[in-house]
Structure formats: C-alpha cells, structure tokens
Design a protein around this ligand. Structure first.
Ligand code: HEM
Length: 198
C-alpha cells in the first residue's frame, strides 16, 4: 500500500483501477452493465471529466484565496521563497491547465447536449447553464490573460522592476478574489440546470 501512496502517479492510477473494480462489481451485482456505445454514456463520461477538472481548478483557486494569500504575511521573509519559488509556480501550472480542461470539457458537454448556442445566448430553459458558462468563461479569461501574466512578473518568472512587480502581484491578487466571488454564483448556475434552472 505504502508503495502506491509514495508516488502520485501510482495513487491516481490506483483511483482509476478502484473505479473499474466498482464498475465491474456493480455490473456483476445488478447484471446491468454500462453501455459505452451510447451517446448518453459519453455525455455522462464528459460530465465526469468536466467535474474532475473543475474541482482541480476551483480547489486551487480557493487554496490560493483561503490559504496561501492570507498566510503570506505570517511567513518570515527568508522563508517566503518556499512559496513564491516552489509551491506557487507548481500550483499555478495545475491551476491554469485545469481551467483550460474545464472550459474544453464544458464546451464539449454543451455541444453534446445540443444547447451550446442556446445557452450562450441565454435562451429560456437554458439561462441557468448559459449564465454559469459565461461566468466561468470570464473566470477562465482572467486566469489565462490577467492572473497568469501578472503572476509571472510577481514570482520573478518574467523580470521586471520592483514597482511593476508589486503592481502585478496586486492585480493578480484582486483578480483572483474577483474569480472567487464569481465562483459562488457560477457553481450554483452550473448545477441548477439539472434542477430546473435558477
Ligand atoms: C469554463 C467553462 C464551463 C463550461 C462551458 C461549462 C459547461 C457545463 C455544462 C454544459 C454542464 C451541463 C449542465 C447540465 O445540462 O446539467 C455543466 C455542468 C457542471 N459543471 Fe460546468 N462548465 C464550465 C465551468 C465549470 C467550473 C469551473 C466548474 C467547477 C467545478 C463546473 C462544474 C460543473 C458541475 C458540478 C456541473 C454539474 C454536473 C452534474 O450535475 O452532474 N463547471 N457545465
């Protein structure tokens, strides 16, 4: 067991194997097997991928806002590089690519449901998911075109003078807070579509 948990790759692989075991056991127990040759199953599969990537994205957004940013002033200056040089760049890698995966799987999902255009134009019956999608698209834009470029300056990945660095750190922090605010109605709208709208 310890050999599995000492490696992140093996831990993730073990999660997938465990899922397959549950699927086989449920199939054997109920004699009802998943039908991978149906459109319904593939939409479900993309829903799962979408929620997985969304959890990674919003989990890291909330980690930044609830844990890392409020803790920074309590960390002695000589220890701050552990965050700014090691943890934050790694977290930002998973953060921005999870945002991309969530956007792509979400757009695929809406296309598979056949309501992408209706949702984005906020038509009746699709206004909940449409609003959720627009909120999440603005958040995705902020991640890739505001937070990440400014974090590169703030973390020293792109070299700028001290004034520009401080300004970039503030812009990244305020935009991240904005996304945290948006995440609350966004997630409500996202799940509301299943529940007859807003
Ligand atoms: C980035 C743009 C996004 C797009 C285009 C998008 C699109 C969609 C679509 C089309 C659905 C199916 C809704 C339905 O008919 O019930 C959905 C559901 C969902 N989305 Fe998103 N989404 C996005 C971002 C997010 C984010 C950031 C999260 C955060 C976790 C998220 C979490 C969910 C959840 C939990 C569901 C409901 C799953 C269920 O009820 O089974 N989405 N999304």
């Amino acid at each position: 067991m310890a050999a599995i948990f000492q490696s992140l790759g093996r831990t993730v692989a073990a999660g997938i194997v465990l899922l397959l075991v549950f699927i086989v056991l449920a199939g054997l127990g109920t004699q009802q097997w998943i039908a991978v040759d149906t459109h319904g199953w593939w939409t479900f599969f993309f829903r799962w991928l979408h929620v997985l990537s969304g959890v990674m994205w919003i989990g890291l957004l909330w980690y930044f806002n609830f844990v890392q940013t409020p803790s920074m002033p309590k960390i002695p200056d000589e220890q701050k590089p552990a965050i700014s040089k090691v943890i934050a760049p790694e977290a930002l890698f998973w953060f921005r690519w999870a945002a991309m995966a969530t956007l792509v799987t979400g757009l695929i999902l809406a296309t598979m449901y056949g309501y992408l255009g209706k949702a984005l134009s906020l038509q009746k019956g699709y206004h909940a998911i449409g609003l959720g999608m627009w909120l999440a698209i603005v958040m995705w834009f902020n991640v890739w075109f505001v937070i990440w470029p400014n974090q590169k300056k703030a973390l020293g990945i792109v070299q700028v003078d001290a004034d520009a660095k401080a300004k970039a750190a503030r812009t990244a922090m305020l935009t991240s807070r904005f996304n945290t605010m948006f995440s609350i109605p966004m997630l409500y709208c996202m799940v509301a579509q299943q529940n007859s709208g807003l």
